[in-house]
Design a protein around this ligand. Structure first.
Ligand code: KG4
Ligand code: ZN
Length: 334
């Protein structure tokens, strides 16, 4: 079969990214323009500011990516775009760019769900083997998805309230770490001892998660210590929090592996960069004799590479969009 080059565009949050991927597995070139420094002063992503920067960046990032790949739009076979979920104003900028390119150069337009992108980041490392369990952990999602084949997604559990990344960022803020706090909290956790008692969320028979209780417990603990004039041992609190957060994921994954007789597990999403989670998932899957795939750090947070990779499999699954495609701030992965 002829090689297929897909151009992937991602702009769902605060990264403007364009990438070219060959046959869903081989990264040719990627450019990512991150707005982290811009949103830092606000303690989180400001949607209006994010979309304005996407407008400024999108054509520059696109041109840079083509130059890096030494390719032109004529060499591209199809355009994959994150249509959702995400910040609506941010999504719209990438979508309009993708639609314009599709119309101008007469290339197929492939709609990609952001979470499908995170999952397929793994196919840039090794071939996905089915049936598999995808553990999706990001700033907006915490889900366990069973896949019996390419592009066949079945959600078996998810968070009932906050996403794990959101919880990391909020707890980090309480401890006084700068946005985005997740990676900094992860680092601090490696420096402390597990001395604080925190509640283990949702110990039930489902594959669901809950993080709001854990978040509130940390906030209350920090306030109580402050009121009593006690010093908050930040590193220890980070260690205790990370232990509970990670355990709440691994306990449900363990149950799903046992009950669904799974042999392959993949980790996906921004929080897949978390060292505590990576280590715990490795230990668990080694013990259970299950294969684990974790994307390298550069594919964990938002990027166009994962969208182009997912786009290839979406294309093979017959998925196409026309110029009426719209952005969706929320949408079920299917
Ligand atoms: O997937 P992503 O880039 O954006 C979404 O689609 O949400 O994930 C971003 C999230 C943020 O909440 C960030 O704090 C978290 O992933 N994150 C981490 C780590 N690296 C990124 N959380 C914990 N430990 C990390 N090392
Ligand atoms: Zn993401």
């Amino acid at each position: 079969m002829k090689d297929m080059y897909i151009l992937g565009i991602e702009s769902s949050c605060d990264e403007t990214s364009v990438s070219i991927v060959k046959n869903g597995t081989e990264e040719i070139a990627t450019v990512i323009s991150s707005q982290i420094d811009i949103h830092k002063d606000f303690g989180g992503v400001v949607p209006e500011i994010a979309s304005r920067h996407h407008v400024k960046n999108i054509t520059i990032v696109l041109e840079e990516c083509l130059q890096k790949a030494k390719m032109s739009m004529e060499d591209i076979d199809a355009i994959a775009i994150t249509y959702g979920p995400g910040l609506i104003g941010s999504l719209l900028i990438g979508l309009e760019a993708a639609k314009t390119l599709s119309f101008l150069y007469n290339k197929p337009l492939i709609p990609v769900h952001h979470i499908a992108g995170h999952i397929y980041a793994n196919s840039l490392v090794k071939e996905l083997k089915f049936p598999l369990l995808a553990v999706v952990v990001s700033g907006g999602h915490t889900e366990i998805i069973e896949m019996k084949d390419h592009y066949k997604f079945e959600k078996i559990g998810g968070t009932l309230d906050d996403a794990i990344g959101e919880c990391y960022d909020k707890v980090a803020r309480v401890i006084g770490l700068e946005y985005p706090g997740g990676p900094k909290l992860d680092k601090l956790a490696s420096e402390g001892k597990d001395t604080y008692q925190l509640p283990i969320p949702l110990r039930d028979d489902s594959y669901n998660f809950s993080f709001s209780g854990l978040k509130s417990a940390v906030i209350n603990l920090a306030h109580n210590e402050e009121q009593r004039g006690n010093e908050l041992r930040k590193a220890d609190l980070a260690t205790s929090f990370q232990k509970v957060a990670v355990e709440s994921i691994t306990s449900k994954v363990k149950k799903a592996i046992e009950q669904k007789n799974i042999k392959n597990v993949i980790l996906a999403g921004g929080v897949a960069a978390n060292n505590g989670l990576r280590t715990a998932m490795k230990e668990l899957t080694d013990k259970m004799n299950v294969e684990l795939s974790i994307p390298p750090m550069k594919y964990c947070t938002d990027n166009g590479t994962m969208i182009a990779a997912a786009g290839y499999y979406a294309y093979k699954d017959g998925r196409r969009a026309d110029l009426s495609l719209n952005s969706k701030s929320q949408d079920t992965l299917r």
